[in-house]
Design a protein. Sequence first.
Length: 259
Amino acid sequence: MSVRAKKHLGQHFLTDESIAEKIANTLSLNGYNDVLEIGPGMGVLTKYLLKKDIKTHVIEIDAESVEYLKSNYLNLASRVYEKDFLKYDLTEIFKDQPFAIIGNFPYNISTQIVFKTLEMREQIPEFSGMFQKEVAQRICSKEGSKVYGILSVLTQAFYDAEYLFTVPPTVFNPPPRVESGVLLLKRKENFTLPVDEKLFFRVVKTAFQQRRKTLRNSLKTFNLSDNLKANVIFGKRPEQLTVDSFLELTQLIENDVKD
């Protein structure tokens, strides 16, 4: 029995064993005892995780894949969860324990997977995965880059992001139309923000919604005082700001005294 890749689930099964092993080896396995693989399909990556000194869990929305995994990886069967990662409460599996995330992610939900990881960052010290190449590059890009944006800043506020390697379409069945990229996120030692988190997210998202404008224009909805708007930082465009500069900007807005 093999599993048919389903277009509506964005499935592209990795067929290259050496790349699967390389992805499995990206995790350090330090600081946690559990790893969760998202969208394992037929287990090409899973089999390399099972060889490691870590407890592997897999979450899969496709019933056909779940059946395949349970019958081919008997020692994993009790840790195969037929759930939607984005909707499932992972504390039902891990309680308050730390765990890593890994996977060959469906492109259509990959950024949502990152946002859920950010929400659960207190439990996720490490994250490794395959994305559409341009999304992986965007997550890891630095200020000054054309692809630097909301995803880059919000991820890098909490994690060090490293683009590891590129994967060609030819090693998938069916092959996607684009190249893929594997990245690694390692949570920062100090990952608490010095500012109000909701305000920080709002500032970053609002700034990049009009990325060609200066912050003085893009952040008009915050009703900032004239005194604050005179600050040199407001003459910059969002892609010119480092993550630390965005934190500084949020702090300025937080402390802004309106007339």
